[in-house]
Write a protein that binds this ligand. Sequence first.
Ligand code: 13P
Length: 241
Amino acid sequence: MYFVANWKMFGNLKSINTLDKVIKFSKSKEIKKGRLIYCPPYTLITSFFKKFENCLIDIGGQNCHESDDYGAHTGFINSRMLKSIGANYVILGHSENRIKGETDKLINLKIRSAIKAKLKVIFCIGETLKEKNSGKTNSILSKQIKFGLDKVKKKSNIFIAYEPVWSIGTGKIPKSKELQQTVEFIKKKFKGKLPKILYGGSVNPKNINDLTKIISLDGFLIGGASQSSKKFIDIVKKTFN
Ligand code: 13P
């Protein structure tokens, strides 16, 4: 099971001290089959990487530019740069970036450049509340998958993170039955080897027991709760209990 911490635009050098608990936990038997991945802001990737030197916790970026070459793109970094500083993962297609204008086409270019740089891609998809209420969830997910993964032949480095937009940061999670159906629907979109599927949106130690009832999920993408080592560890522990 994968537990991905998305720190979004939070954290500073002092936050690194909070990782001691997680590092200790990652070396204990309690981690069981949990794999931990931290996606801090770019400014902290190198420090996190160094901090995790002697443990198995992995690092990822939260976005990247679509070009796999260097270039005059002020304020951006590309997938190769992420890889070169120790990241093995990148989150792409997050709804917080889609809302600012990232299109399926742009996300597709980013995914392809990340795969080329040998990064594993955490590809976020999800419907808004309006889309959900008008019964469009499946068609929205289909569209995001179809265009996002256009010309991506090898899916083994793709993780699909199903994050309903209405669930992010709201404390609301989908009903178990609905979530199970959506996960099944996503799986049916793929032939042959299935990508791993994560759920994201208000995952916390209180609701994790409900979420772990969803069979065929391969893990969780965790925002707010992942900034607290205690909550993050609790989520992992409860998943296996
Ligand atoms: P929250 O866990 O804070 O709802 O955020 C989810 C998310 O957007 C992770 O990518």
